[in-house]
Ligand binder design. Sequence first.
Ligand code: S3P
Length: 418
Amino acid sequence: MKISSSSKIRGQIVPPPDKSISHRMLLFSSISTGKCTVHNLLRSEDTLRTMNFIKSIGAFVKDEGERIVIIPPVKLQEPSFPIDCGNSGTTSRIGMGLLARENFFSVLYGDESLSKRPMKRVVKPLSALGAKFDGRNNASNLPLSIRGGNLHSTRYVSELSSAQVKSAFIFAALSAEGESIYVENVQSRDHTEKFLSQFDLIKKDGNELKIIPGDIPAFTFEVVGDFSSAAFFLVLSIIHSNARLKINRVGLNPTRTGLLKVLKRMGGNIEIEKEEGVEPVGNIVAESSELKGTEVLPEEIPSMVDEVPLIALLGAFAEGETVVHGASELRKKESDRIEATVNILKKMGANIEGLEDGFRVRGKTPLHGAKVKSFGDHRMAMLASIAGVCSDGVEIEDAECVSISYPAFFSDLKGVME
Ligand code: S3P
């Protein structure tokens, strides 16, 4: 994929539906008590994996275009075949929590990247509830088999701030014989809790979540736009020297929007209009800005975990030093995102150094064209594209992986380049 530079960025973006929320709506509907309707569900490679996942345990899914109707089975069925989770960490990890509810046998597998990603983080809390696992490297990696059912309540203190791990626990604990507690020291995204607290199935008290076993009633839900996808356009409009963009109907859940705080302290010109709801939503207007470097602290990372690579790009366009610490989780994503970010931006002329748990960038340095790899990682392909538009173009190998989360990314990008 060849991306050219652009002298002017103008227009509006309606970001694709939120990936995290879309996965959850499919999974919730498969264990609800009746017919569910989801409006504005993301259709991307990852969420189609979750759609197949719920079909293979007996859900009926009808895609009607503007909305999707899901009819859950009366009782989840044992899948006849191993379930392919592709590249999707969320399908496999939260999916394990769902499968742990049932006393049947199931097997999950994934692509090369997913097969390398750590699964013990989910196996441990689900085993504490009573589920049984087997798999590669002593049940640390896919393929994994699961046999669950007859779960007992427990109190689990997590060593990680991970919404996938927390959600897997919650899905399973909803079917346990009594109330369970999940403790997370730094808050990760809370889409699962927000949804379930509508039905009094979960209560939050400080950093403790109490999960009250029960059924999810039939529901209708509209998915907001994905902040993590919108973030590429947000950063584009801020670092480009002649830009102004409006981003419409984007999710503004504070557990996701840490990047906005970083942008503000770097000097980003942003205006936000926000509406409250189960999931807050709003519009953002952003334009070319004079940036200064910043330090991002470990406790800020969970609220911007998928946006951290964009901070490196911002750092290259900012006066002074930008440092990120406490982001070692980035090494365990679809690619090693610390290594990939440093590799891509260095090739394009940035003064960037990788750290064990983050990176250090010294700006401003003018970026130049280069041929870079996406490392098969959708967010790395989009990062390189934005860097290319703001320099003198870029050539990206294996860029089609954007379809994991944002199938229309390249056409949306073309649409704002004048
Ligand atoms: C996600 C949580 C995050 C994020 C991933 C999606 C989710 O992972 O990086 O893209 O939907 O819960 P962790 O929970 O492992 O940090």
